[in-house]
Design a protein around this ligand. Structure first.
Ligand SMILES: Cc1cc2nc3c(=O)[nH]c(=O)nc-3n(C[C@H](O)[C@H](O)[C@H](O)COP(=O)(O)OP(=O)(O)OC[C@H]3O[C@@H](n4cnc5c(N)ncnc54)[C@H](O)[C@@H]3O)c2cc1C
Length: 392
């Protein structure tokens, strides 16, 4: 059970000490790393500037199987067997081979936090020198340091600033009121390159717009979409979304989730990939703590694991760049053709296997680095298969 220690104002005393692992960032990626270290005996410190689950960072949609695989079902709010795709020239309904669910952010984070035995402290991470982490509450040290701090990649030497960096822009409003369908809009009225969405979550809806072009501001069109749907423009939530992978290790630090660009291009799905890479990283770190490998081996092995997925991300990025350039009628024709059941099953099946739920296993599965690598290699069709289908 995690030790919670949220401190505010005067309670925020100085922070110090030596740890085996410091995980910076306690959202999807950081909590997944900490989960895999539970029971290993590692002294793990989990840091975030906010309390667990305090600031929602997404529309919170995920393949339902991932909620089950992680024991997070209770946080689920609504489940969908279909995806409705609107364009200016018509609407298609895709019958999905697996279901997608929305969940409640705070509850999910708390359930996930219950699966680790780390010490949690609220602190703003400012930077690092070697094994020392600098926070607004003082310095802490550890040989194993994880940056799960989101797109800013705070512990990297390389600056990464929008709008020049490969980042998409996302903003949504959260009006009350139910709705039945999981919907997206591919419509230049809302965004020239990107899509709009409505993700119902029981009594609330998450209505937003994401732009692949960071220079396109999405506030006006997020409001336009909400207005078109007759919904209030309330409770805004937005952020930058990375759409390009970055090195998973740098200068002795491990990066995962958005800090390593683990969000999938084209769909901007980054929760299950944050889980997936966070789990892989947690297992590598666990092997170090248990004396089964060195830190250097873990750095190499985790980097190789992440790199082996790079081409899948690159293909999605190509699609992200190509599809918005097509004329609207061609987009509509493609969406209609792609809606055939066999194609949907094939495409969504492979898409899920980029980061499949079976990878989660149980919290203490002893999957070694080599098994992880083997999994990564077999989890997606060969490049040739993709090329063939591209030309089909
Ligand atoms: C509007 C929008 C909607 C989205 N919808 C979806 C969706 O439905 N499904 C999906 O799969 N993906 C979605 N995404 C993408 C998804 O939110 C991200 O890919 C995902 O949150 C990445 O998880 P993470 O743990 O790596 O980073 P984050 O969730 O960004 O977490 C980073 C954590 O680090 C903390 N932190 C940051 N800086 C510091 C610091 N200096 N010191 C201390 N703590 C710090 C933050 O407080 C936060 O808790 C959406 C993104 C946006 C912007």
């Amino acid at each position: 059970m995690a030790v919670r220690s949220t401190k505010r104002g005067a309670e925020r005393g100085p922070l110090s000490g030596e740890w085996d692992v410091i995980v910076c960032g306690a959202s999807f990626a950081g909590l997944a790393v900490a989960r895999e270290l539970a029971g290993s005996g590692a002294r793990t410190l989990l840091l975030d500037r906010y309390d667990i689950g305090e600031r929602q960072t997404s529309a919170c949609g995920i393949p339902t199987a991932w909620l089950h695989a992680m024991g997070l079902e209770e946080s689920g709010r609504q489940e969908f067997g279909e995806l409705v795709v609107h364009t200016p020239h018509g609407t298609s309904r895709y019958e999905l081979p697996w279901t997608f669910s929305t969940f409640e952010y705070r509850q999910l984070c708390q359930l996930l936090d219950d699966q680790n035995d780390a010490r949690f402290e609220t602190a703003k991470v400012d930077g690092r020198s070697d094994e020392t982490m600098h926070t607004d509450r003082g310095d802490v040290t550890a040989p194993l340091i994880v940056d799960a701090l989101g797109w800013r990649r705070v512990l990297s030497r390389d600056g990464f600033q929008p709008p020049d960096a490969p980042l998409s822009r996302g903003l949504e409003v959260h009006p009350e009121g139910g709705s039945a369908d999981l919907e997206i809009w591919i419509d230049r009225r809302y965004v020239p390159a990107g899509y709009g969405w409505r993700f119902p979550a029981a009594r609330e809806q998450r209505i937003g717009v994401g732009s692949f072009d960071p220079r396109f501001h999405v506030r006006d069109t997020t409001e336009l979409l909400a207005e078109d749907l007759g919904r209030d423009r309330v409770r805004y939530q937005g952020n930058w979304i990375p759409h390009k992978m970055r090195h998973a290790t740098e200068d002795g630090v491990f990066f995962c989730g958005d800090s390593a660009g683990h969000c999938l291009p084209l769909t901007a799905e980054g929760i299950r990939t944050a889980f997936y890479f966070g789990i892989a990283l947690g297992r590598e770190l666990r092997a170090v703590v248990e004396g089964r490998q060195t830190r250097e081996e873990a750095l190499r092995s985790y980097a190789e694991f992440a790199d082996s997925h790079e081409w899948k991300f690159r293909w999605l990025l190509r699609a992200q760049r190509l599809l918005p350039r097509l004329p609207a009628r061609v987009q509509r024709a493609l969406i209609r053709v792609a809606g055939r059941k066999r194609f949907v099953d094939w495409a969504f099946g492979h898409y899920l296997r980029i980061a499949p739920p079976e990878f989660a296993g149980s919290a203490n599965d002893q999957v070694g680095p080599s098994e992880q690598q083997a999994h990564a290699e077999h989890a997606f069709p060969a490049q040739g298969d993709l090329l063939e289908s591209e030309h089909a």
